[in-house]
Design a protein around this ligand. Sequence first.
Ligand code: MN
Length: 305
Amino acid sequence: MIEPQAQDRGIRMTFPRSDMPYYIHADRTRVKQILLNLLSNAIKYNSEQGTVEVTCAESTPGRLRISIKDTGAGLNPEDLEQLFQPFNRLGQEAGGEEGTGIGLVVTRRLVELMGGEVGVESSIGVGSVFWFELVMVAKPAPAEEENAIEGEDTVAVSRPPQVSLEARLHTVLYVEDNPANLRLVEQIMARHPGICLLTAVNAYGGIEIARNKQPDVILMDINLPDISGIEALKILRSDPATAHIPVIAVSANSMPADINRGLKAGFFRYISKPIKVDGFMAALNLALESAEKNSAKDTQQANVS
Ligand code: MN
């Protein structure tokens, strides 16, 4: 999934040989997100023609450590402290990479929610090693193992029983070019620690984040600077990676004809601006529940096939 990103920057990646499989007890989707986040950072903040080396080993008995080592500029101790703080994305001041500033914060929360730990070691001019550890389990029973192993993954992951909605961390992507609306939704979300908000200020940026970060729900403005929210919805629907994600329209175009057109286009709900908190949260909760049901269905289907 990240190979094209690495190739763009001439970065060579190496992965562990899978002669001996390890098993961890974790949510497969979340582990994938964590790995993608750390790998994409290792590419983004690497030097041109650098390398990314992924290793995997039992660090202490019963704990598996996955390490992602880059050959970037390295981080000084102050940066390391800031790294896992919300809204303190490194390099953000420089206006370099487009992003959301919360990737590592989410990563840490996800790892910790699964009973693990995350950390980083770095030396200036040499590079950084980001690692996370999760609890290892014995080899699962054959039936379970079959659907736990996917492709050539070294780490075989089995899905834990469904946890309650409140205990899970949800990711919501808001695509919006109006700073006042962005701020309002950020404030609303800040009151819900279980929800992690990603944002994009145009449609194509939003689509890219949706593909890479797999949010549970997307909130989509209609009038965006590049293409309309309706066009963006079509693109999301036509891509298997994002087709399943419920998308809520959030728009000032709130004549009945606008709303009908939006719902016909396939939006999960249509919210009119100015945003009213109660109605907004009600629609968001419904969409999160629907996303949860979809992923439960996917799991069942995977078990049958
Ligand atoms: Mn707009």
